[in-house]
Design a protein around this ligand. Structure first.
Ligand code: SAM
Ligand code: SF4
Length: 352
């Protein structure tokens, strides 16, 4: 059957600015037209950021969290979770192993854990950079501007702070004690301090509408982010949202593809969350606009305990194996693994 190209896709093909109503119309495309959207996002990805896929090794260095987000398995009130922290030397050792496997970026991620002061984090970042030569992305949630500054001065290149949802009421309901305005304020601090900034949202949160998703994409454009993490919400059995439905693969791919059209130069990961709800999740995302994969390089003995959502993949796989598997997936798609730092194309290559 011949599928007619919807006018909004023609508009995107011509490189015209997509308006909120255009994004809404793309979100509601039918099954046949979806494939046209995905194909176009894949072409735009190729045209703007090329065929290479950037690998970012993620070290989940602490699962302690002072926050109580309703969606997350690491939330403070989850008493069933066995908590752990990696020492500075364990983090450096893990970073070294990842660098030896050829990974050029290390993402330091944790729950919101004040045990690690700004100074401690700065020291870890400085050592990682000096001893391994990697680029460093930090993702440790809400902190003071002073802490962000310390991290930047220590050499951190990027910061990932997902905005989670643009619906301010939903945001405060899902993240008790915090506000959407507070999150946005921090994203602007991070920009001002010179980080390459990543935001992003979950797809399929309870109470989320197509309008919210359109606003999520528009916010990413407004912030002019260097990266955007877009993944499905996956209900966790030890959280208040355990009976919710969770995000769909198709909707997540659509949000990802439209984000590629709206932000052609932005790094977009094929998220672990998507790969955790569909065996071909990574492959599909890489063909719908994604150009980044984040292999888990956390020491295997801790991985089980960083279950922000259930059935997370790669819990038992050794790092060498994960990196080899991901590299194979990339090659099977006819793509290559990038050998550079993978800084935003908006910035000059080179790692200070
Ligand atoms: N604590 C930091 C923060 O919240 O920014 C960083 C770590 S947090 C575990 C990283 C991301 O996990 C969050 O930004 C959120 O989008 C995602 N996440 C948490 N619970 C999830 C769930 N149930 N399903 C999908 N993603 C989830
Ligand atoms: Fe903590 Fe981040 Fe999970 Fe919220 S999403 S409970 S801040 S780890």
């Amino acid at each position: 059957m011949n599928v007619v190209m919807p006018e909004t896709l023609n508009k995107a093909t011509r490189g015209e600015n997509l308006l909120r109503e255009d994004i809404l119309s793309l979100l509601s495309l039918g099954k046949e037209e979806d494939s046209l959207l995905f194909k176009l996002a894949d072409q735009v990805r190729y045209q703007y950021v090329g065929d290479e896929v950037h690998l970012r090794g993620i070290i989940e260095f602490s699962n302690y969290c002072v926050k109580n987000c309703l969606y997350c398995g690491l939330r403070r009130d989850n008493q069933k979770l066995d908590r752990y922290r990696l020492s500075e030397s364990e983090i450096i050792k893990t970073g070294n192993q990842a660098a030896k496997l050829g990974l050029k970026t290390i993402v330091l991620q944790s729950g919101e854990d004040p045990f690690y002061t700004g100074e401690m984090l700065a020291q870890i970042i400085a050592r990682l950079k000096a001893e391994t030569g990697v680029a460093v992305t930090v993702s440790v949630g809400d902190r003071s501007k002073k802490d962000y500054r310390l991290m930047k001065q220590a050499g951190a290149d990027r910061y990932l702070l997902k905005h989670e949802t643009t619906d301010a009421n939903l945001f405060s309901r899902l993240r008790p004690g915090t506000t959407f305005a507070g999150r946005i304020k921090r994203l602007y601090w991070l920009k001002e301090l010179g980080f390459q900034v990543g935001a992003g949202n979950m797809v399929g949160l309870p109470g989320q509408t197509c309008e919210t998703l359109a606003d999520d994409i528009l916010l990413l454009r407004e912030l002019d982010v260097e990266m955007a993490g877009i993944g499905p919400f996956i209900p966790h059995h030890q959280t208040p949202l355990k009976n919710c439905v969770g995000g769909e693969v198709k909707t997540t791919l659509k949000v990802l593809a439209i984000t590629r059209l709206v932000l052609p130069l932005t790094h977009l990961p094929a998220t672990t969350a998507l790969a955790s709800i569909h065996p071909q999740g990574r492959q599909m995302a890489l063909q719908c606009g994604a150009n980044v994969v984040m292999p888990n390089v956390t020491p295997v003995k801790y991985r089980e305990r960083y279950q922000i959502y259930p059935n997370k993949i790669c819990l038992t796989e050794e790092t060498t194996e994960s990196v080899a598997n991901i590299s194979n997936i990339i090659r099977q798609l006819g793509r290559g693994v990038a050998q550079d730092y993978g800084h935003s194309p908006k910035y000059k290559e080179g790692c200070e």
